[in-house]
Design a protein around this ligand. Structure first.
Ligand code: SAH
Length: 305
């Protein structure tokens, strides 16, 4: 199996709105494999820095390569972006001229490919049989997908599948999960996929998007409290920005985008920022063809005033 290569989403647009200038500093809250950070670092020299944060220890090690090229201009932190204020304080970083949030997960995490030895099992991918964990960082939080699937009541499972997964078979799938777990715990990705398969019609199994995608997405969002994280980080990010600092947020889910949109609209009224995007920017057909992750991407950008 070829390793998935992660291509940064909406790269040109991110650079246009972050508009990195000489010696400016940026926080990349979701540094991942470093795709966006690399291009920022090419533009904010000779002394501008990037603070790259990622909750997944494996992702942070995939960004290490930036150090060879950009030396002390790249600072990395394996932490959640909800702690952005503490991290900036701890690293003595600033002033902050721009912040990027590229939400969700990278294609490499999703594919589960190219796993270095000793890589923690996450169970994000429905292509490999792993334990149902789904935490970005297994040192943080105790809620796992396995706990949700085996311990939550049926209506709560149905709800997250419907809301976070926009899964039209949420009722059928949650019912099957309950039936299956009566016979023993559902522990692995493949066991869960089997349950989903049995609960859904065969036409669904031939759809372009894998029939487990929506269930997996819903579980991941719930396990990592992803919507709450966005609600937490947005006001922090805005307050940490220097005057005329830029914030760019890329979301992949309508619930995420709604949180971003409403937060920004509230701040427009308070006159703390100016929108740089009246409508969310989406990927071109060309980009979607070469980078499926960009399919549902929505970018919003602002400047602090
Ligand atoms: N922009 C990156 C890709 C980011 S993918 C690139 O071009 O390479 C999204 C990343 O966000 C993933 O690596 C994921 O591990 C990370 N992530 C998810 N939740 C997070 C959180 N709460 N804090 C920090 N990083 C998080």
């Amino acid at each position: 199996m070829a390793a998935a290569i992660h291509k940064p989403v909406l790269l040109k647009e991110v650079l246009e709105f972050l508009n990195p200038g000489q010696n400016e500093n940026f926080v990349d809250c979701t540094v991942g494999e470093g795709g966006h950070s690399e291009e920022i670092l090419k533009r904010n020299g000779p002394d501008g820095k990037v603070l790259g944060i990622d909750l997944d220890p494996v992702q942070i090690s995939s960004a290490e390569w930036l150090k060879a090229q950009f030396k002390e201009r790249i600072v990395l932190a394996n932490d959640s972006y909800i702690h952005i204020r503490d991290i900036i304080g701890r690293k003595n970083f600033g002033p902050v001229n721009g912040i990027l949030l590229d939400l969700g997960m990278s294609s490499v995490q999703l594919e589960g490919n190219g796993l270095p030895a000793g890589r923690q099992e996450k169970g994000f991918s429905f292509k490999i049989d792993q334990s149902l964990d789904m935490r970005y960082n297994d040192q943080m939080g105790y809620l796992t997908a396995e706990k949700i699937v085996n311990e939550w009541p049926e209506d709560k499972i149905e709800n997250i599948l419907k809301e976070y997964g926009e899964e039209k078979f949420s009722k059928k799938i949650s019912k099957s999960i309950i039936e299956k777990r009566r016979l023993g715990r559902i522990r692995t990705t493949f066991q869960l996929i089997e349950v989903i398969k049995r609960a859904t019609p065969s036409a669904y199994h031939k759809a372009k998007i894998h029939y487990a995608t929506r269930t997996f997405q819903a579980l991941r969002i719930a396990v990592n409290d992803e919507l709450e994280n966005i609600r937490t980080v947005l006001p922090e990010a805005l307050s940490l920005l220097a005057f005329r600092g830029r914030l760019v947020v890329i979301s992949f889910h309508s619930l995420e985008d709604r949180i971003v949109k409403n937060f920004l609209a509230g701040e427009v009224k308070k006159q703390t920022l100016k929108l740089l995007t009246k409508k969310p920017v989406t990927a071109s057909g060309d980009e979607i063809r070469i980078n499926p992750r960009s399919r549902s991407a929505k970018l919003r950008a602002i400047v602090k005033i």
